[in-house]
Design a protein around this ligand. Structure first.
Ligand code: 2P0
Length: 337
């Protein structure tokens, strides 16, 4: 496969992605099998670069994150992921992992998607697994669900998989979605309204939503239609429809959390101010739609030609928070392979 590098050492680069039809809820925690299909756009900003080197004489894995040793839960998740790769490679060699993440600290953007996509590609190559892109996506999924989508550039759909857990494991991977990219020509304005750590992890929030929210099943059902319509909108190059579907799917996802017991609420007062500013942009005749993930920050989908105008309005509403501009970006790749 294309993901075979120099055994012993490999470096990979991956970018974050933003879901337009969300992944929210698992059917299997260990295998990271989602309850629904999801669809995303990979971004061209904030890459993660990860190098994995095998360390034959080491007694344990060493993980460095932006120059600092990883500890606690972050380290545990990476070591568990390396164990999975070692198991497949029939290897017991430990590794040295070096990760450089360019997402500004506290930007409130998930780094687990780019992080585990880059780690999966680098580790698979370093341990000599010859994976194709589908196999890499399936592997990255085990680190973090959304990482399965960052393997691909542009738009990607992540299939939930079906049947027994073993069958669903095989069927649950991402692949590129055909889109009329030239007609769509989208941009994303990211408004950081709160850079603090989140009160509830997305893992815990998903679990609580699936277990207790009476709105979860209806959202999961309507998400199927959202996905079908999203695929058609992308194929047709209809950015207005893409935005409409993405916005209702994201608001619906937050509604499932608000109805959980106890409620999970990521939306903050500043989030709603940005939502109001986007409504005003629409009244003024611009194409602008929002999506929000497991946090208070807002991503505004708009036309590339409008991005400066949208960013100016959003910057005003975000009241001092940073604003970043992104476009569709590339998939995960190995360096010097
Ligand atoms: C998404 N999110 O589709 C959704 C929407 C957040 C809201 O994927 O437990 O870090 O590692 O599989 O991928 C964030 O969750 O969760 C996420 P795990 P992940 O982008």
């Amino acid at each position: 496969g294309e993901w075979r590098g120099t055994p012993g050492r490999a470096t990979a680069v991956a970018h974050p992605n933003i879901a337009l039809v969300k992944y929210w809820g698992k059917r299997d925690e260990k295998l990271v099998l989602p309850r629904t299909d999801s669809l995303s756009m990979t971004l061209d900003i904030f890459p993660t670069t990860t190098t994995v080197r095998l360390a034959p004489r080491a007694g344990q894995d060493t993980v460095t994150f932006n120059g600092r040793p990883a500890t606690g839960e972050a380290l545990r998740r990476i070591v568990a992921f390396l164990d999975l790769v070692r198991d497949r490679a029939g290897s017991s060699e430990r590794a040295v992992v070096d990760t450089e993440n360019t997402v500004p600290t506290g930007a409130g953007l998930a780094s687990s998607a780019s992080g585990f996509a880059a780690l999966a590609a680098a580790a698979a190559a370093a341990y000599g697994l010859g994976l194709d892109a589908t196999e890499l996506s399936r592997l990255a999924r085990r680190g973090s669900g959304s990482a399965s989508r960052s393997v691909f550039g542009g738009f990607a759909v992540w299939h939930a998989g079906s049947g027994t857990p073993e069958e669903a494991d095989l069927g649950s991977y991402a692949e590129p979605v055909p889109a009329a990219a030239r007609d769509l020509d989208p941009a994303l304005v990211i408004a950081v309204v709160d850079a603090g750590p989140k009160a509830v992890s997305s893992r815990e929030a998903m679990r609580r939503t699936v277990d207790t929210s009476p709105l979860f099943e209806p959202w999961a059902v309507s998400s199927k239609d959202d996905l079908t319509q999203m695929r058609a909108a992308l194929l047709a190059g209809d950015l207005e429809a893409v935005g409409e579907i993405a916005e209702r799917n994201a608001l619906g996802m937050h509604a499932t959390m608000l109805a959980a017991r106890p409620a999970v609420r990521y939306l903050a007062p500043a989030t709603l101010r940005v939502l109001d500013s986007v409504l005003q942009l629409r009244r003024d005749g611009l194409l602008a739609y929002v999506t929000m993930d497991a946090g208070p920050n807002v991503k505004v989908l708009c036309r590339r030609v409008d991005v400066e105008r949208v960013a100016a309005v959003v910057r005003g509403a975000a009241a001092g928070g940073a604003v970043h501009i992104a476009r569709p970006g590339p998939g995960t790749r190995l360096l010097n392979a």
